[in-house]
Write a protein that binds this ligand. Structure first.
Ligand code: AOF
Ligand code: ZN
Length: 369
């Protein structure tokens, strides 16, 4: 199953919104075939493994990271393929949350006389499939917050300069993240301060992310890089009634090739400005079949997702630099918790060293089935 999980991961960034799945066929203690889901719309992991095994699949055990499907989708049911190949036993890591399958795949296999076990390395498989599970069960994309900060917790100097806080290695890792997500989201203040391209550069690109701007009052300048390149890389500007009313701004952005949409806003009050609703943005991205969103800042945008309980994971690059200064911004604004006991719980923490930088990967909650 460990091997099957490793194979499954090869589909990262290529199979979404479908799940990463791996399958290993074992007979008399030997691997006789393996396969994984390679790309969206292509054959599932199981038929790939069965094809590799050929007649040796008869009487074998299949280790599959996800419950085999039993529906006619883009491909015929994998349950039928496993039964037809004469597989004797199927070991599954997690059930499929997709309502088209959801336990029916396991039942079909059992009814055909195949021994079925569920749960081997279930936590590992659920962690790998967290975006797919979130998409299926919560009808929204998986949200990864990302920022780079100095060791004293600043994301820019007091003038807003942030090029560069982290090392070239860290920035490359950040580009690798961009290269596998469906959308990259920033606030309009980040567009105005940094004028980022929001594209993945210097890394193998698995998919091109939609660039999304949270811009409640439609202040994105037509001269911004993301606007000037909207013809070649898609750009979506999310605004509210207030921004939508600024008709000439909107037409100018639309003429440049940006898509502008009007969404619900957060309420806002004395302490918090009104923003485009993070939940409304996620609903829209889910409607577009997007599984992973990378939220890159600034502090207000990152804080709004955390405040709303809509952050699943954070990738934080920390560089040994001291910026300091009362006016230098931190990564998380928004309301924030009043007490320590209200801090978001962390389900898993990983720390990676990139030269002298550290990359913290924190998962806020385990995806549950
Ligand atoms: C995959 N790859 O290896 C497995 C999947 O749209 P379809 O016909 O490709 O079916 C997608 C569904 O099939 C998916 O949501 C999941 O429930 C199930 N299993 N999907 O793309 C695979 N095993
Ligand atoms: Zn299948």
């Amino acid at each position: 199953m460990q091997r099957a999980l490793l194979l499954a991961r090869r589909g990262l960034g290529r199979v979404e919104p479908n799940p990463m799945v791996g399958c290993v066929l074992v007979k008399s203690g030997r691997v006789v075939g393996e396969g994984w889901h390679r790309r969206f719309g292509g054959p599932h992991a199981e038929p790939n493994a069965l094809a590799a095994a050929g007649p040796r699949a008869r009487g074998a055990t299949a280790y599959v990271t996800l419950e085999p499907c039993c529906h006619h989708g883009k491909t015929p049911p994998c349950t039928d393929a496993l039964i037809a190949a004469g597989v004797a036993r199927v070991v599954v890591a997690v059930r499929d949350p997709n309502p088209l399958v959801a336990g029916k795949g396991l039942r079909q296999l059992r009814r055909a006389g195949i021994a079925v076990e569920v749960g081997l390395l279930g936590d590992e498989a659920a962690a790998l499939l967290a975006p797919f599970i979130t998409f299926q069960k919560h009808h929204r994309p998986y949200v990864i917050l990302k920022w780079a900060q100095s060791i004293d917790g600043r994301i820019a100097t007091r003038s807003g300069d942030s090029k560069w806080i982290t090392s070239a290695d860290s920035r490359r890792a950040a580009h690798a993240l961009r290269a596998r997500v469906d959308a990259i989201l920033v606030g309009v203040d980040t567009i105005r301060a940094d004028d980022p391209a929001l594209t993945a550069r210097g890394v193998p690109v698995r998919r091109t992310a939609l660039r999304v701007v949270m811009d409640s009052c439609l202040r994105t300048p037509p001269s911004a890089k993301i606007v000037r390149t909207a013809g070649t890389t898609p750009t979506l500007i999310c605004t509210t009634e207030a921004g939508w009313a600024r008709r000439s701004n909107r037409l100018q952005l639309e003429r440049a090739g940006c898509e502008v949409i009007c969404l619900r806003s957060t309420s806002g009050d004395r302490t918090q400005p009104m923003l485009v609703s993070p939940a409304a943005i996620l609903r829209e991205l889910h409607r577009r079949q997007m599984t992973n969103v990378l939220v890159e800042g600034g502090g207000r945008v990152l804080g709004s997702f955390l405040d709303a309980g809509l952050a699943d994971e954070a990738c934080i690059f920390v560089a040994p630099q001291l910026i300091g200064g009362e006016q230098a911004p931190g990564p998380l604004r928004g309301r924030g918790p009043r007490n320590m006991r209200e801090l978001p719980a962390l389900a898993a923490v990983k720390v990676r060293r990139l030269g002298d930088d550290l990359c913290y990967n924190v998962v806020f909650r385990r995806a549950s089935l």
